[in-house]
Design a protein around this ligand. Structure first.
Ligand code: DC
Length: 221
């Protein structure tokens, strides 16, 4: 049987993880799972149910039976909530902060981690997130912690949102990213952290191509 390979990519938002994960998945012909999409869809569910993202009791009423599915259409991940393709909706700016808040709840994390491990169980894959190398797949074959200065990350997100037609204030966006960094690093359960055996890559002054080549350099060794 062919050996499965699993790659964990962690880091704060805007560090370039998802672009790198997509490139790796296509170069190595392995599945890419964007785990942030799952927390975003859970935030959307809370909005639908009129539940605040910090309301543990309210979230507990739906989390175990959440109808959340990841499907691959022409090789691209689509996220379905209650049968609806919410892949675009979950990218709306107001969902980002809610996703960060809701992801601090233990019940949410346990449910998402179960689903992620189930997907990763029988296939070669690259997962990007916050806790992949440290918690979800501690035995991953390769682990990378991708980061960049907050200024650079805010700038990347700013351009991305403008391209999608969203009106955003740069300083507001930067503040929001700092707040999300703080939330993600300081939650009690499985916070954002660099796994001890992860390779640290600061992408502030690197092109996507340089980062991909660096990562591939390790994977192809
Ligand atoms: O990667 P992203 O920006 O789409 O993630 C949205 C939020 O989900 C992020 O602020 C923190 C949370 N998240 C998490 O807690 N653990 C993961 N593995 C992935 C995302």
């Amino acid at each position: 049987m062919e050996k499965l390979i699993r790659i964990a990519l962690d880091g704060p938002s805007g560090s370039g993880k998802s672009t790198i994960a997509k490139a790796l998945s296509s170069k190595l012909n392995i599945l890419y799972l964007d785990t942030g999409a799952m927390y975003r869809a859970t935030a959307l569910k809370a909005i639908k149910c009129n539940v605040d993202s910090f309301d543990e009791k309210g979230v507990n009423t739906f989390i175990n039976d959440i109808d959340l599915k990841i499907k691959y259409i022409d090789g691209t991940q689509h996220t379905f909530l209650d049968g609806e393709d919410v892949s675009s909706k979950i990218r709306e700016p107001h969902v980002s902060m809610m996703a960060s808040n809701i992801s601090s709840l233990k019940a949410v994390r346990l449910k998402m981690v179960d689903m992620q491990r189930e997907i990763a169980k029988s296939t070669s894959c690259v997962l990007d997130g916050r806790d992949i190398g440290s918690y979800v797949l501690p035995n991953a074959d390769y682990k990378f912690y991708i980061t960049a200065s907050v200024e650079v990350r805010a700038n990347r997100r700013y351009k991305e949102l403008l391209e999608k037609g969203h009106q955003v204030d740069f300083e507001e966006l930067k503040k929001e990213i700092e707040q999300r960094d703080y939330n993600d690093k300081h939650r009690d359960f499985a916070p954002l952290t660099q796994a001890e055996d992860a390779v640290l890559i600061d992408t502030s002054d690197m092109s996507i191509e340089e980062v991909c080549n660096t990562v591939l350099g390790y994977v192809n060794k």
